[in-house]
Each structure stands twice: as structure tokens, then as C-alpha cells.
Design a binder for this molecule. Structure first.
Ligand code: SF4
Length: 357
């Protein structure tokens, strides 16, 4: 039956399309009702809180994101509070989440919302989409979750579910693929209940139709509608284009200490990683064998999305602090006031016995 129905669906036979969609909604919503997680950002229609959660949760697990979300909402409960904060405070609160451009964009966007008179938050999709750090997915999520407007919210989970349901083997992370998937999700979207539809399909992908399927398909409530299951291709979907090569980089960090103070500097290249974060004086080297000497040293590897960092942290215990251009002398006790990368936090954690407390 389903092959006929899908065939009809893509040839714009309205009745068949409506039947398939109505079956899909019934099964999906029943599953969602029984299985969804209670998450604070899904229990509110405050667009500011939803926006914060969406930005925090990009590339972040829910358990970790929850802690940051609660901190941001309680420290800056309204968009105007966030706009009035210093960028350094926002980066400090963001510390440990990675992808710091998200925090800088969050802050910039809050300021734009206030400047444009859009407080508490813009209501038009185009205005939401125009803010820094907000792409189609986030704009769709805010418009549908906050205002129940009929826009899809295609996150990685939704791409996977749609690819499997419709057996799409076009890579979803190319311009052509994105366009194709958007056409399909716009066809599937429940225009009467966009908030519910987006919540349900995202949650279904996050919890049930996961990358590794195991036995899931056998008991799946959407099985009778799933072309990927019918064709035996579900586990192979979605297809990605070939990923760009990961670049290796080598850093040597120098941690100077006289027992009271140390030297740090702010990263200043907006095109490089960790813009505006603080770090110990550092040299980047092309020679992977190069090792510096000091009183104690550790080596760490740190993986970012497209870079693999090989870092050596060298502790230099000195009587008199050296003078190094571009650095600031700070008390060890004040180090917590500065936003540091996760790599630097890992190094401090590992070296804690060698450093002042
Ligand atoms: S049948 Fe399997 S692949 Fe299809 S929607 Fe269900 S869990 Fe996903």
C-alpha cells in the first residue's frame, strides 16, 4: 500500500498525500506523547529562551547543554540583559562548550534585537533569520516552537528520519541535497500543528530512529510508511558527502609562574579558532618533533571539527616573570575570571599539582 501511496504523493495526488500524512501524524504524535523527554526549552513559548537553548545545544549533548541553558537563563533572563552584558562575561559563561563564535554571535544578536526595537524577540521568520548565528534550522525552530508558525526545523535528526522514510540517498550536506530535503520536509510538515510536528520528528530522530538502528525498525510505529525499511537501506541513510581532511596543528604553551602570578594573552585573529579567548603564551610550530623544556611538561591532543591540535604545555617556575609582548600579568586567583578554551582547562586540570592553587 505504502509504495502506491508514496508514488501518488510525489505526483501530487492530493488525496493520497493527505492519507499518508494523516497516518504519519497519527503514529508520530502517539509515539511522541508517550515517549518525549521533558526539557525546559520545550515547555516554554518564550522565543528568547528557545533561541538560547537552540544555540547552546548545537554540537552539544542535552545533559551538558542543560547546565549552560539554566545558567544563561538565570543570569540573563531577558534579551536586554544579555545585550547589556560584556562580551567577556558571555564568553566566560560559555567556557567549556566550544565553538565560541556561537557565544559571540549570541551576544551580537541580542544587541541587534534591542537596537532594532524587536524586544522581547522578532516575530517574523525573515527578521529572526537575519540575526547572526541563526540559520534556517534555528529560525525554523524558534518560529515554530515559540509562535507555532509553519516553518520546518531540519536538524541532523530530522535529516536522518526524512532520508529513511523517503529512502533518499542524495547527500544531505550539499547545496543540492539541502534543497531536496527542504522540499520534502515542507511537503511533510503539518501546517496545522507545526510546533508539535517539529518537536515530534526531532525527538523521534533523537531517541528512536537513531544512527545505529539495532532492532528499532521491527517495532517502529512508522514502519509501514518507511521506504528505507521496505528497501533495506535504512541503516545506510542518510548519506554524507566526503568530509574535508582534518588539519593537524602543533602548539607549545608556556606557563610561567612565580607562585603568585602568571602570564596570559587574548587570541586576536577573528579567522582562527578561539577568537577573544585567553591562553598562556603560545607558539605554533610546523615541526611536530619540536619540544620545549621546562620544570614540568605535558602533551595533550585535542580534536575540533576540522583540526587536530597537538599541544605541549610547559611549566616554567621563575623568580622574576619575563616580559613577553602582548601578554598580561595576572594573579593565579584571577584566572577563573577569563574565558579559556577547553584544551587549556584540560591542561590546568592535569597540571594542578604543579601549579599554585
Ligand atoms: S522503520 Fe526504522 S528507519 Fe524507518 S522510521 Fe522506523 S526506525 Fe527509522
Amino acid at each position: 500500500m505504502w509504495i502506491f501511496l508514496y508514488f501518488c504523493m510525489f505526483f501530487q495526488k492530493n488525496t493520497a498525500e493527505l492519507m499518508v500524512k494523516s497516518l504519519l501524524y497519527n503514529h508520530l504524535y502517539a509515539w511522541y506523547d508517550a515517549n518525549h523527554r521533558v526539557l525546559p526549552w520545550r515547555e516554554t513559548d518564550d522565543p528568547y529562551a528557545i533561541w538560547l537553548s537552540e544555540i547552546i545545544l548545537q554540537q552539544t549533548r542535552v545533559a551538558q547543554g542543560m547546565e549552560y541553558y539554566m545558567r544563561f537563563v538565570s543570569r540573563w533572563p531577558r534579551v536586554g540583559d544579555l545585550a547589556a552584558a560584556e562580551e567577556a562575561e558571555v564568553l566566560r559563561e560559555w567556557q567549556g562548550l566550544g565553538y565560541y563564535s556561537r557565544a559571540r554571535n549570541l551576544h551580537k544578536a541580542a544587541q541587534l534585537v534591542v537596537e532594532n526595537g524587536w524586544s522581547p524577540f522578532p516575530t517574523r521568520f525573515e527578521d529572526i533569520r537575519s540575526l547572526p548565528g541563526i540559520g534556517d534550522y534555528t529560525a525554523g525552530a524558534i518560529a515554530s516552537f515559540a509562535y507555532d508558525q509553519p516553518y520546518p526545523a531540519m536538524d541532523g535528526n530530522v535529516y536522518r528520519v526524512v532520508a529513511r522514510l523517503l529512502d533518499i540517498d542524495e547527500p544531505f550536506d550539499t547545496t543540492v541535497g539541502k534543497k531536496l530535503f527542504h522540499q520534502h520536509i515542507n511537503t511533510l510538515l503539518d501546517r496545522n500543528h507545526p510546533r508539535l510536528f517539529n518537536s515530534a520528528i526531532m525527538e523521534f530522530g533523537a531517541l528512536y530512529c537513531t544512527p545505529v538502528l539495532g532492532e528499532a525498525c521491527e517495532l517502529c510505529p512508522l514502519q509501514s510508511l518507511c521506504l528505507g525499511y521496505a528497501h533495506g537501506t535504512a541503516e545506510l541513510l542518510p548519506v554524507r558527502k566526503v568530509r574535508p581532511k582534518v588539519r593537524d596543528r602543533w602548539f607549545v604553551y608556556h606557563i610561567y609562574t612565580d607562585g603568585q602570578q602568571t602570564l596570559i594573552r587574548q587570541r586576536e585573529n577573528p579567522k582562527d579558532i578561539w577568537y577573544h579567548l585567553y591562553e598562556f603564551p603560545c607558539e605554533e610550530t610546523q615541526d611536530e618533533r619540536r619540544k620545549a623544556k621546562g620544570d614540568r611538561s605535558i602533551s595533550l591532543t585535542h580534536i575540533l571539527s576540522h583540526q587536530k591540535l597537538h599541544a605541549q604545555f610547559v611549566v616554567h617556575k621563575v623568580q622574576k616573570m619575563p616580559s613577553i609582548e602582548g601578554t598580561s600579568l595576572i594573579q593565579w586567583d584571577d584566572l577563573n575570571d577569563f574565558a579559556l578554551s577547553r584544551l587549556t582547562l584540560r591542561a590546568l586540570d592535569t597540571l594542578r599539582l604543579a601549579l599554585p592553587r
